[in-house]
Design a protein around this ligand. Structure first.
Ligand code: CTP
Ligand code: CA
Length: 221
């Protein structure tokens, strides 16, 4: 891997990025997850590396290739992601939480395979911990960037999440449109900052969105 030496404004900075979905198991063969591909988070991590940062990528289960020059920590569940991210938090300068973390997990995880019954099935679920909320509450020097995946009123919910979780910026993804958000190779987002800046990044490859996101964040920090 060739490091691009021309322009390295993140040199000396530690950046932690989370990406991908989490998986919460039900029994020996079944699980709950979501449609996140991890592409946006991986592009953000690789772009930060190219800008000179020392990057840790905490990744849920994805089918993407391991990026060079980045420390990848693989996790499966929301709880594992919580523990890994919180453990590395103190030494980070910037944290970008692109992962699609499960909000709920089954109250009980059955060790063996459940057999089907004649009637319907209900599975009781309980809340997972909100990682980003925990980071916001423990924030010292870190510049904290969240994501918001929304289908209704993205900017309203995005602003609300930024305030509630004590974020410095939030990347708002309107996932009601086909070509942006989960599973796609392209994305279009709005970036809102605590400084009340609002930038729109138009539809393009996730790599290009990641580059533009960093140029906005670099101006803000
Ligand atoms: N997030 C997190 N831990 C969770 C849930 C979400 O760290 N248990 C983070 C995501 O990584 C993302 C941000 O919170 O950066 C927003 O996630 P999102 O699902 O859009 O918002 P929620 O706060 O979970 O609210 P809701 O799903 O109800 O819209
Ligand atoms: Ca959620």
């Amino acid at each position: 891997h060739k490091t691009k030496r021309q322009y390295q404004p993140l040199s000396g900075k530690r950046v932690l990025v989370t990406a991908g979905p989490t998986i919460e198991s039900i029994d020996a063969v079944r699980y709950f997850t979501n449609h996140s591909s991890g592409k946006m988070g991986y592009a953000i991590a690789e772009s930060a590396r190219d800008l000179g940062a020392s990057v840790t990528l905490v990744s849920g289960p994805v089918t993407l290739e391991k990026p060079h020059g980045i420390t990848v920590k693989d996790v499966t569940t929301a709880e594992e992601m919580y523990n890994t991210v919180l453990n590395d938090y103190d030494e980070q300068d910037i944290v970008v939480k692109a992962a699609a973390v499960a909000d709920y997990k089954p109250v009980e995880q059955v060790e063996n395979k459940m057999k089907k019954q004649s009637g319907p099935l209900s599975i009781e679920m309980k809340r997972t911990r909100d990682i980003l909320q925990a980071l916001g509450e423990r924030k010292t020097k870190q510049y904290l960037v969240g994501f918001a995946a929304e289908t209704d009123e993205p900017l309203v919910y995005g602003r609300d999440k930024m305030a509630r979780k004590h974020l410095d910026a939030i990347v708002v993804n309107d996932i009601s449109r086909d070509e942006q958000g989960f599973k796609t190779d392209t994305n279009a987002v709005d970036v809102l900052t605590a400084q009340e800046r609002h930038e729109t990044i138009p539809l393009q490859s996730k790599e290009a969105v990641a580059k533009q996101l960093w140029s906005i964040l670099l101006e803000e920090m």
